[in-house]
Design a protein around this ligand. Structure first.
Ligand SMILES: *[C@@H]1O[C@H](CO)[C@@H](O)[C@H](O)[C@H]1NC(C)=O
Ligand SMILES: *[C@@H]1O[C@H](CO)[C@@H](O)[C@H](O)[C@H]1NC(C)=O
Ligand SMILES: *[C@@H]1O[C@H](CO)[C@@H](O)[C@H](O)[C@H]1NC(C)=O
Length: 559
């Protein structure tokens, strides 16, 4: 009896003890410059953090803007100010850049010094108000995991950062630093970014989203100010100063990827303009969508979000094939098209499950056909899929569309998709007699595919699977129909290589005497499947083509 009571008390009392303590206090420091496009998403994720707001103070500074950054900050602060412990702001309204600045991505020494001053004063502000933690977050960081702060605190480090995903291999940490304190790529980097290697890692640099435990004695040595680091010989740069200073004080910088925390945008290249940042935001929104759910925007800030005008990218028509009973895919693709500004006609796919005898009567499979891997005949799903594409080809011919883009619904778009499609099509237009251009496929031929003469974006397509996305000419559609595929049906992704005469199965080809389709492929590809089934070969096709971007020495772009 007593034992039972004791156990019960142990459980209940421990729970009580746990909730008896208030959460540590945190100062979040935010520097915002020309971030009107990211702020609605940034502030919403900040607001959605699962942490008591009366334990959080905010320190927000903004100046040198040429957009609505301050207006958005004011509007948001006004709505939330009573919830947070305290909000300290200083906004400078004048609409000017720094002198000698060539553009928003240009870091003049004056700008660096200004940012160093601001960061240092935010850190000192946190010390002064006795905040337990100092947390600096850039405005192009989107913490989709609301538990991020609790998790980081639980790690127990003096300095810790959550690993943030981005476009390609970019992230908010370095795994190597050169002798003169610049970014160095090491073998350890990629497995951490890709979360093949999971845990917390001692790294030479973390930035963009960094939590500091100010209750630790050693934290007093942390600084952004190069004058405070003895014998400092690095570049004038706030994050490099912070990293070198920490290291000289024996403080390790830790990066954790054991949970998914969120996303960070790529920094702008030196000569880039803000329009590129809009596109980068689109890339990130699509990336977030592929991995999780759409980035949310609070009602209050919805009016400040922006979607591009829609067009068909110069095609006569863009079709997307989707099964009615896959509404979640349709919705996801609609969201992508909104983000990308694509005017797309959604075509209800022919559902293999709903194929009835009268339709099946019009079709006869190719007698020798057997799936090369499973050695089975065609499935109803494959027949439905073929008919879906076939119906579009008929529509193209009926309407005389000169160029059409056909997309499936389980695809992921390469970043800067619009621009890249336009570039590819510029080259396609110079090729005479093309019929089909793959934008997404699984390449099966091992040998190199020859480049189209004079092109750096197009190859002659070899044996390929999948029909994720392709451009079709009117002539191409005619060839695909004229070969009368329904009377000797094979899956559509076998049919295309047969017609462009790159299919290895000679006996099948015999059924299609006219195999003169001219098929090219974008290289690198521009669409990928959202999910791979884990087969060998899938991954390399992607990896070869994803543009790899890394942390350059100027790997950052807030103020
Ligand atoms: C400081 O940097 C050196 C050289 O990169 C490294 O070996 C050492 O572990 C770092 N110190 C801490 C505390 O992280
Ligand atoms: C957006 O909000 C919804 C509903 O509150 C939530 O379920 C979803 O996870 C949020 N998405 C992200 C990326 O945080
Ligand atoms: C077979 O399906 C087609 C298309 O869905 C439909 O138009 C037709 O009426 C169906 N025929 C029968 C006999 O159910």
């Amino acid at each position: 009896m007593f034992l039972r009571f004791a156990v019960l008390c142990l459980v209940l009392c421990l729970q009580n003890v746990a909730s008896e303590w208030k959460k540590p206090t945190v100062l979040i420091a935010v520097l915002a410059r020309n971030k009107a496009h990211t702020l609605p998403y940034f502030l919403t994720t900040l607001e959605n953090l699962d942490y008591p707001k009366n334990r959080i103070s905010l320190w927000i500074r903004s100046d040198h803007n040429s957009d609505k950054t301050i207006e958005i900050l004011r509007k948001w602060i006004n709505a939330v100010k009573d919830e947070y412990r305290m909000i300290s702001t200083e906004f400078v309204e004048e609409n000017e850049g720094y002198p000698d600045e060539s553009g928003p991505a240009h870091w003049t020494p004056e700008r660096f010094n200004h940012v160093i001053d601001l960061r240092e004063s935010s850190l000192n502000f946190a010390r002064k108000i006795w905040a337990d933690y100092y947390w600096t977050i850039d405005c192009d960081v989107f913490l989709t995991n609301p538990k991020t702060l609790d998790i980081l605190i639980s790690k127990g480090y003096t300095v810790v950062a959550p690993m943030l995903k981005s476009d390609g291999l970019y992230s908010n940490f370095w795994y190597g630093m050169t002798d003169d304190y610049y970014y160095q790529r090491t073998e350890d980097y990629k497995p951490v970014v890709n979360r093949e290697n999971i845990g917390c890692f001692n790294v030479p640099m973390v930035h963009s989203c960094v939590l500091v435990d100010l209750r630790r004695q050693v934290s007093d040595f942390l600084t952004y100010d190069p004058d405070k680091v003895p014998n400092f010989d690095g570049p004038i740069d706030d994050i490099i100063t912070f990293a070198i200073g920490a290291n000289r004080s024996g403080i390790s910088l830790n990066l954790c990827n054991d949970e998914r925390f969120g996303f960070v945008m790529l920094p702008l290249e030196q000569d880039a303009n803000l329009a590129i940042d809009f596109e980068q935001l689109t890339n990130i929104k699509l990336e977030v969508l592929t991995e999780e759910k759409p980035l949310n925007v609070s009602k209050l800030l919805e009016a400040y979000t922006w979607l591009p005008e829609k067009d068909t990218l110069g095609f006569d028509k863009i079709f997307m094939i989707n099964l009615l009973r896959r509404p979640e895919r349709r919705q996801r693709m609609r969201f992508c098209f909104d983000e990308l500004g694509l005017q797309v006609t959604i075509v209800d796919a022919v559902d293999g499950r709903a194929l009835n005898a009268s339709i099946l009567q019009q079709i006869s499979p190719l007698p020798e056909y057997a799936d090369p891997y499973h050695k089975r005949p065609m499935t109803l799903g494959e027949i439905g899929c073929f008919l879906s594409h076939y119906n579009i080809w008929k529509d193209i011919v009926r309407n005389g569309y000169e160029t059409t883009l056909v997309l499936e619904d389980d695809i992921r778009f390469e970043s800067f998709f619009r621009t890249k499609v336009l570039n590819v099509m510029d080259e396609v237009k110079r090729v005479s007699g093309w019929d089909l251009v793959y934008l997404g496929r699984k390449r099966l031929q091992e040998d190199d595919e020859p480049w189209v003469e004079g092109s750096s974006l197009l190859v002659e397509a070899g044996y390929s699977y999948w029909t994720l996305g392709y451009v079709l000419s009117l002539n191409g559609a005619k060839k695909l129909l004229n070969a009368d595929p329904l009377s000797r049906l094979v899956p559509v992704d076998e049919y295309l290589p047969i017609l462009f005469d790159k299919h290895p199965q000679t006996s099948w080809k015999g059924y299609f005497p006219k195999r003169n389709l001219v098929a090219l492929s974008a290289a690198p590809l521009l669409v990928y499947p959202t999910h791979y089934t884990g087969e060998q070969g899938y991954i390399s096709d992607t990896e070869d083509s994803v543009i790899i971007k890394e942390n350059g020495p100027r790997a950052r772009d807030d103020l």
